[in-house]
Design a protein. Structure first.
Length: 218
């Protein structure tokens, strides 16, 4: 069982992205999720008319966040031994990644709470739920920037991952602190970054699992 989990662990990042995309698709199309600055009446209709759909979409997104948190364990095993010593920056990477994952769990939870409490919900309260959701995404972006910067620092100083990924991580970290456009980086660029890391680790695990011809017995 442990061996199977180790072989499939690099795919956890891809699983997170698939579930995130599925959750967003359900919330944006069948549920017609309004923007965070929508009127209270529109927000109220969103929670009252699409309760089941909202709960399905938020569940899918939340599961994706859990896969991301699980995937952080694998990233830690790659960065920590490569850094050695006190493992300061790999520890910062892990802690910031956990903070990001928690924010990405809480963001859909705000929508789920609004959907589950829709019967006694007022327009003003419904609008607050939308704002809380946006606030958690803002927190995910800031913690994600720290996660990516610490990841890049460790990568470029140790070679734990390819250098191009380290520089790409710095660029994405800078993107996530530019508030007006941070959501674009979080929604579109970060999943691509996660897929890239997953593919690198998957390729690495496949190479490590191949038998060494020099060790074969005649």
């Amino acid at each position: 069982m442990n061996r199977l989990e180790e072989r499939l662990a690099p795919l956890d990042g891809i699983a997170a992205v698939i579930l995130w995309v599925a959750g967003v698709v359900v919330l944006q199309w069948p549920a017609h999720q309004p923007p965070s600055d929508a009127s209270g009446v529109r927000a109220l209709h969103f929670f009252q008319d699409h309760t089941g759909t909202i709960l399905v979409g938020t569940l899918l997104f939340g599961l994706g966040s859990l896969f991301f948190l699980w995937f952080l364990g694998l990233i830690r095993t790659q960065l920590g031994p490569a850094e050695g010593g006190e493992r300061r920056f790999s520890s910062i990477t892990y802690a910031a990644g956990i903070a990001m994952g928690v924010f990405l769990l809480l963001a859909p939870a705000a929508h789920a709470a609004g959907a589950m409490n829709n019967l006694g919900l007022s327009p003003d309260a419904a609008q607050v739920y939308l704002g809380i959701n946006a606030g958690f995404y803002w927190g995910a972006g800031l913690s994600g920037a720290l996660f990516l910067f610490a990841f890049a620092w460790t990568t470029l100083s140790t070679g734990a991952f390819p250098a191009w990924l380290g520089w790409a991580s710095i660029a994405l970290a800078a993107w996530l602190v530019i508030v007006p456009i941070a959501w674009i980086g979080l929604v579109y660029a970060f999943p691509l970054w996660l897929i890239a890391v997953s593919v690198i680790l998957w390729t690495r695990s496949r190479s490590d699992s191949r038998p060494d011809p020099a060790r074969r017995t005649p």
